[in-house]
Design a protein around this ligand. Structure first.
Ligand code: E4P
Length: 218
């Protein structure tokens, strides 16, 4: 399973990269705004800065909602760096743009996916990644993980190569459940990734080992 970090914060991206388990980054306009990155030029420069930190794929989202606008912005984003994946919203023109980019061999991530039908369309249009938002479904009392299961089944039934990128991941159990279901990728905040490290028996066991070593080496 690939691990992506879901942030535009360069320090957090560096920390995850230093851990040695990072396979990529996802961003969105809200995450950019949270870091105070505004204006088209600054946003483009920030994408390049992110690509220079990580080795893997970096999703960069178009702002246009019409086909021509998405194609123009997507081509501009893809030309920034070979690691860029063009992120397109799950709307009619987004699916048309996805097919356009598939034919041009430009990689895409179809975002804001909330149903298996949407995920099926994205796969048929040749999306490289599809991003079902599990946390936001949980927020409205709908089982986000069930959606990952449904998409896994459909993609396996037909051998679609589109990778399931579980997004809106909020905590460790989301990551573990996605791993059991067989999501190809999770994108999560640093806190959720680092949460995988933690176990009280690891901490107490290590403290005992060190104390015993010190007793024998006085
Ligand atoms: C995915 O690419 C999105 O950036 C993200 O996972 C959204 O998560 P949120 O629901 O925590 O905003």
């Amino acid at each position: 399973m690939k691990f992506f970090i879901d942030t535009a914060n360069l320090e957090q991206i560096k920390e995850a990269q230093a851990l040695g388990v990072l396979d990529g980054v996802t961003t969105n306009p809200s995450l950019m705004a949270k870091e105070g990155i505004t204006g088209a030029d600054n946003i483009l420069k920030h994408y390049v800065a992110i690509c220079n930190i990580v080795d893997g794929d970096v999703s960069a989202e178009v702002i246009a909602t019409d086909f021509e606008g998405m194609v123009k912005q997507g081509e501009e984003l893809a030309a920034l760096h070979p690691q860029i994946v063009v992120k397109l919203p799950m709307i009619s023109d987004g699916i048309k743009a996805c097919k356009y980019f598939f034919d041009k061999e430009i990689r895409t991530n179809v975002t804001l996916v909330f149903s298996a039908g949407q995920a099926l369309l994205a796969a048929k249009a040749g999306a490289t990644y599809v991003s079902p938002f599990i946390g936001r479904l949980d927020d409205i009392s709908t089982d986000g993980l069930k959606l990952i299961e449904e998409i896994r089944l459909i993609y396996d039934n037909y051998g679609y190569e589109t990778q399931i990128l579980a997004a809106s991941v909020r905590h460790v159990m989301h990551i573990m459940n996605c791993a059991q279901i067989g999501a190809d990728v999770i994108t999560a905040p640093l806190s959720a990734i680092e949460g995988l490290l933690k176990h009280p028996l690891t901490d107490s066991g290590l403290a005992t080992f060190l104390a015993d070593y010190n007793k024998g080496n006085k």
